[in-house]
Design a protein around this ligand. Structure first.
Ligand SMILES: [Zn+2]
Length: 456
């Protein structure tokens, strides 16, 4: 890589030319730093400074430094004074073509900016300056503007002028040295793909599977060769290694078709849609409330309710389903078993199975079969396992369910009831009331017991 030395003239004890409170050294350093930044940001080049702060550096130190670095080019930045106006460039007398070329490109680029700002081009000159003479590499000294000229000083104090003139000088250096322009590296995103599916429901099942393992993912729809695919995106990373680490974790779960996809900057990465909340109470789990507690709650509203709670508790236990919450679902679906909707009490259908609006709800021979069908339907949603052997399959819609697609009651929203965004809230609201009702009864009983204990 080529090495360029930028030399901000003067500094420290040596202010250079002075115009009242304005010091040459300050402008030299400001412009030199901007040239350095521009070169480094845009070209494959190493740029070193003879000083990068307000320090005293001798002329010998400057040229020794450049020679030791075996630099390819030396550029000294100064401001003029002495009653003139405009810019000029210098090289050592009788230099070779290489140095002349550098002076030409830098001078030409600088002249464009000076013309724009109305400053004079004073020409390409030669001089026996130390930094031009003692440097072993091509060297150019630029007198940017006159610090003792009011209009020139006003320009030097403008940020836009400083930026433009610095960029122009840097471009001239780059042209003269034929510096390679930096490839603007596209910022890639490394995306962990945990499978791609032709069927959306399979992608949904994969998202759910990952959610259960505490890995958030969402479905990214893509069209490849006119065919739609549902890609499961399980994280995007700025570093490939992080994406690879994540993929290893996903593969360890048995997802062998996981891979890292590279997405170039500007390529559209869809915003993750709101994920189905995997949080909340699971459908599978133990039944907490007793059949008596469940029925006492319902009987306060419907004293004639059929006695189904024991069936929910018992069958729920066989399937590992929370029978008390399933019972709360039945309470919601049947309106406390008053059956005032389209499903009649004689149908023994306590969860509206098959009642889609188009189709009529299923009918079950006995209340026990009805409860069994309800629990089996919940099992279809919450489990991917085979049915327990204890009972025959009675749920007519068991095989229409995307197995394992709802592990929590919240996830039944939009599935059991469409659109049903509030469906789980209704069920869980009833269940909460049941819990509080049971708690109240138990607290009463504890108070009675405490009272009794005190009386002994
Ligand atoms: Zn100077």
């Amino acid at each position: 890589m080529k090495v360029v030395i930028i030399d901000p003239g003067h500094g420290g004890n040596d202010p250079g030319a002075v115009n009242q409170g304005s010091f040459e050294k300050t402008y030299n350093l400001a412009i030199a730093k901007k040239i350095q930044a521009y070169l480094q940001n845009n070209y494959e080049v190493k740029v070193l400074m003879t000083r990068s702060s307000d320090t005293t550096v001798s002329l010998k130190e400057r040229t020794d430094f450049a020679n030791n670095q075996k630099a390819d080019f030396f550029l000294s930045i100064h401001q003029n004074s002495g009653g003139g106006e405009g810019f000029e460039s210098y090289v050592y007398p009788n230099v070779g073509a290489e140095t002349k070329k550098m002076q030409n490109t830098i001078h030409a680029r600088t002249a464009e900016v000076m013309r724009k700002y109305g400053a004079r081009d004073r020409g390409k000159k030669q001089a026996n300056f130390h930094v031009l003479r003692e440097t072993k590499m091509p060297a150019v000294l630029l007198e940017v503007l006159f610090i003792d000229n009011v209009a020139n000083l006003a320009l030097l104090n403008r940020t836009d002028f400083q930026n433009e003139v610095s960029a122009a000088i840097a471009t001239g250096v780059a042209e003269g040295l034929s510096l390679k322009q930096k490839q603007q590296e596209p910022k890639n995103l490394f995306i962990a793909i945990a499978g791609a599916f032709e069927q959306r429901k399979n992608a949904e099942a994969r998202v759910q599977f990952l959610a259960d393992k505490k890995i958030s993912a969402f479905i990214d729809e893509v069209v490849i060769n006119n065919k739609k695919y549902y890609r499961v995106q399980a994280g995007a990373f700025q570093k490939r290694e992080n994406a690879e680490t994540h993929i290893v974790k996903i593969r360890a779960l048995g997802i062998k078709d996981a891979y890292v996809m590279v997405k170039a900057e500007g390529g559209s990465v869809p915003e993750p849609p709101k994920p189905i909340p995997p949080s909340g109470l699971t459908i599978q789990g133990p039944t907490l409330l007793l059949a008596d507690e469940l029925e006492r709650f319902v009987s306060k509203i419907n004293p004639n309710a059929p006695r189904l709670a024991a069936l929910y508790v018992q069958i729920g236990q066989v399937y590992g389903i929370r029978g008390d919450v399933a019972y709360a679902q039945a309470v919601h679906e049947t309106g406390y078993f008053r059956f005032q909707g389209s499903v009649k009490a004689s149908q023994n259908n306590f969860a509206g199975i098959g009642a889609t609006g188009k189709e009529e709800a299923a009918t079950f021979k006995t209340p026990e079969v009805g409860v069994l069908a309800h629990i089996q339907h919940l099992y279809a949603y919450s489990s991917t396992e085979a049915l327990p052997k204890e009972y025959p399959l009675v749920d007519p819609r068991f095989n229409l369910v995307q197995r394992g697609s709802a592990k929590t009651w919240n996830q039944l929203n939009g599935k059991w009831a469409v659109p049903g965004t509030n469906y789980s809230n209704m069920i869980l609201g009833i269940y909460k009331s049941m819990l509080n009702d049971a708690k109240g009864t138990i607290e009463q009983r504890i108070n009675q017991i405490d009272k009794q204990l005190k009386e002994i």
